[in-house]
Design a binder for this molecule. Structure first.
Ligand code: GLC
Length: 441
């Protein structure tokens, strides 16, 4: 049985069809260019962090180019950091001075992004940090940049979390009223178990925040980081691939893995941990084969551009998605168990065999004998021959290379692996199951 997540308050239909989205982490941390947690990791004070605000001048910011790159990569939606943990706001919030219009950027940077995405046919989501390491009422806690500063800790008495949370709710209201229909709100994150100053649903007043979100944007999708069990439209495993369809309390849910290009979300100049395009396509396929989405991150530079490595990677992924969209959009998990080093995705009567490793001449598909009417490579529609099952038991070659079971369909592969990042065989399932499928080689 293919899992069917129970309906939620938001509209997940477009989301599970879309399968592939762009995550953008962009803020002041693009200037130090050593991870978006740099303020926290290096215990920087507001004063030490201020140069990045004073010098934030993204003269190459071209959200139309970003949206085009995303679209060309095969992405169908984009989620941008309106504010990350550093507290800096990309939009012209009436509730703070700590915003892009007050930097050399001199303007609201969010609106052109939203407009560009819409023009490119991308759905739009806002990532919004629950945490805020700049707001004067956000308490110094065990995660805060000033966690080791005794003076700052002592000053906590003067910090009023309630006032910060009013600000948080007020900003979410701004974001969900000022920019037209928004498809996703991606809150980040709760840490109720942190020993010193943990924060979860009580601290954020999550239930109230969620009610505001649903009232302002019916249909919007809300992620699972508000610490409100049962409230999420989708679940967000981060920098790890689940072993199967994600479940919560034993029930399957809509889910989206978020992954980086190089381990960092913000632009990280000296980080060389880049994943290859092939690895990234596998992550995408792996997610869809387990019924999930992939949200792939780019951290633009301080000048506002996608750096050349990111662009090249997106372009390479786009070459693959362009030819393999049938195996991706609107596709989901299959009941069939794939051979080693392979994944299946399924859409209607088509089953897609994604080959992560290239076997020599044969691949054996358990349970599919008599169920496949035709097989071809997806990238060029060249036929992939099937060995007739009738011959299996008596033919020595087949006995050797085929699995023993009569239920196994064996495909004949060329010795040369097709020159695509992940080769895919498109299997046309024979709906009536009369065995007709294997006769017409
Ligand atoms: C996190 C991190 C972070 C990143 C994010 C994306 O929890 O704090 O910097 O924005 O998750 O999933």
């Amino acid at each position: 049985m293919i899992p069917r997540p129970a309906p939620t308050a938001g509209d997940t239909a477009w989301f599970v069809e879309a399968r592939f989205g762009l995550f953008v982490h962009w803020g002041l941390y693009a200037l130090p260019a050593r991870h978006e947690w740099v303020k926290q990791r290096e215990r920087l004070t507001d004063a030490a962090y201020h140069p990045y605000f004073a010098r934030f001048e993204p003269d190459r910011y071209d959200p139309v180019a970003w949206a085009r790159d995303a679209r060309a990569a095969g992405m169908r939606y984009a989620v941008i950091t309106t504010k990350h943990h550093e507290g800096f706001c990309l939009w012209d919030s009436a509730l703070t001075d700590y915003k892009a219009p007050n930097t050399p950027a001199g303007r609201d940077l969010l609106r052109p992004f939203v407009d560009a995405c819409r023009a490119e046919g991308l759905r739009v989501g806002f990532y919004h940090s629950l945490i805020d390491w700049h707001h004067p009422d956000f308490p110094v806690d065990g995660l805060h940049p000033q966690r080791d500063d005794e003076g700052a800790r002592a000053a906590n008495a003067g910090r009023d979390l309630g006032r910060y949370v009013d600000y948080l709710h007020g900003q979410v209201r701004e974001l969900l009223t000022g920019y037209g229909p928004i498809d996703i709100i991606w809150f980040d994150f709760s840490y109720p178990d942190l020993v010193w100053g943990g924060k979860g649903r009580d601290a954020w007043r999550s239930a109230e925040l969620l009610a505001t979100v649903r009232e302002l944007q019916p249909g919007i999708l809300v992620n699972d980081r508000l610490d409100l069990p049962g409230s999420a439209d989708f679940v967000t495993p981060e920098q790890e691939q689940p072993r199967g369809w994600v479940t919560v309390g034993g029930a399957p849910v809509v889910w989206e893995a978020c992954q980086t290009l190089n381990g960092s979300w913000g632009y990280d100049r000296d980080n060389l941990d880049w994943k290859s395009p092939e690895q990234l396509v596998r992550l995408l396929v792996d997610s869809v084969s387990k019924g999930g989405n992939l949200l792939l991150n780019v951290g633009p530079t301080g000048r506002g551009a996608f750096d050349p490595r990111a662009r090249a990677t997106l372009a390479a992924i786009g070459e693959w998605t362009d030819l393999h969209g049938r195996a991706l959009y609107g596709a989901t998990a299959s009941e069939a168990t794939p051979p080693p080093d392979c994944r299946y995705t399924r859409r209607g009567d088509r089953l897609y065999l994604h080959l992560f490793a290239w076997p020599f001449r044969h691949v054996h598909l358990d349970g599919l004998a008599g169920k496949v009417a035709y097989a071809q490579f997806l990238h060029d529609a060249s036929e992939v021959k099937r060995q007739p099952p009738a011959l299996h038991p008596s033919r020595p070659l087949s006995d050797t290379v085929s699995a023993a079971s009569r239920d196994t369909l064996t495909l004949e592969l060329p010795v040369q692996r097709p020159d695509v990042l992940v080769p895919v065989v498109e299997l046309f399932l024979d709906g009536n199951g009369d065995g007709d499928g294997d006769s017409g080689r």
